[in-house]
Design a binder for this molecule. Structure first.
Ligand SMILES: O=P(O)(O)OP(=O)(O)OP(=O)(O)OC[C@H]1O[C@@H](n2cnc3c(O)ncnc32)[C@H](O)[C@@H]1O
Ligand SMILES: [Mg+2]
Length: 170
């Protein structure tokens, strides 16, 4: 099984590796074709979808995976959101991950045009938060890491893909 994952961010590649330990994994930097900081569920899902499609089209006989982070409003309150897409020649599977509330000061900085990754480094006085614990790690007191959150999305994707394979065999 050959999997191409559309990012070199270790929180994403390690999550895919964990849920597909038997696969040969190739991380590939592909464009998301959405803004660097997606601002809705729709845009974040689209970013994941575009990444998965670029991966699928980059080689033959592979599974393409796209994982994308973003933020979205529920009323006036901002939440972290993440989406994943697993794409094969036959089918596309989608799932979203855990979402947590983001404080107003993070919201204001995002509205000024900063990316969440950079905001989180300043806010936590840590470095490379996006490649490590993530905003979710900071705001859950390191109980849930960004990799763990992506692992859950990967499990949701693998499960749907297995179900489909099992129920669509000739
Ligand atoms: O190399 P890629 O795969 O693009 O990795 P990334 O860290 O930029 O991740 P995304 O593009 O999926 O995320 C979109 C933006 O949101 C930021 N982001 C999303 N979730 C985050 C989190 O949990 N912690 C810190 N930054 C996060 C991220 O740094 C980007 O600015
Ligand atoms: Mg990015």
């Amino acid at each position: 099984m050959n999997i191409i994952v559309g990012s070199k961010n270790p929180t994403k590649t390690k999550a895919v590796e964990e849920i597909f330990p038997e696969a040969k994994l190739t991380p590939l930097n592909v464009p998301s074709d959405v803004s660097a900081q997606p601002f809705s569920d729709e845009e974040t899902r689209k970013g994941a979808m575009n990444r998965a499609r670029h991966c699928l089209n980059s080689s033959s006989n592979v599974i393409g995976i796209g994982l994308e982070g973003g933020v979205m409003y529920v009323g006036n309150e901002l939440y972290l959101c993440n989406w994943g897409v697993l794409m094969t020649e036959d089918q596309t599977f989608t799932a979203s991950g855990a979402r947590i509330f983001l404080p107003k000061e993070i919201d204001l900085k995002l509205q000024e045009g900063m990316e969440l990754g950079d905001i989180m480094d300043d806010y936590s006085m840590r470095k490379e938060v996006r490649n490590k614990e993530g905003a979710i790690g900071i705001f859950t007191n390191d109980l849930i890491s960004r990799k763990e959150m992506f692992s859950h999305i990967m499990k949701l994707l693998r499960g749907q893909w297995e179900y489909w394979e099992e129920h669509n065999k000739n």
